[in-house]
Design a protein around this ligand. Structure first.
Ligand code: AMP
Ligand code: ZN
Length: 107
């Protein structure tokens, strides 16, 4: 884990966050700077800098994260939402620990 990774610090509880869901593989918390009524981040506990670096053995983890995004949206009765991975600086990625944005005007 890179020492300066803000999301690893959230996982290790070195930086406080409102953890909405957590299991062995991933964690969900609100985006600190929401761009929609609901704006959550789903992150893996494993530090992977970007989707571009994803190893074949990590592909299942992406499916797990998408499934947990679906589940938390359903729990909140959100039936329409956006899921987004930004990839690389050119894709607007600012935090280099992969994260799935879940945004919705509902919730
Ligand atoms: P991206 O541009 O896809 O890399 O998005 C990074 C996101 O992380 C932005 O939407 C930030 O608002 C969010 N963010 C940065 N620091 C924190 C934090 N400490 N807690 C929650 N969200 C954060
Ligand atoms: Zn990290």
């Amino acid at each position: 884990m890179p020492e300066d990774c803000i999301f690893c610090k959230i996982i290790n509880k070195e930086i406080p966050s409102e953890i909405l869901y957590e299991d062995d593989l991933c964690m969900i918390f609100p985006d600190i700077n929401p761009v929609a009524k609901t704006h959550l981040l789903i992150i893996p506990k494993k530090h992977i800098a970007t989707i571009a670096n994803l190893a074949p053995e990590d592909e299942k983890l992406i499916g797990h994260m998408v499934g947990k995004a679906r589940d938390i949206a359903k729990e909140r009765n959100i039936d329409g939402y956006q899921l987004l991975y930004r990839v690389g600086k050119g894709g607007g990625q600012e935090v280099f620990h992969i994260h799935l944005h879940l945004t919705s005007d509902q919730g």
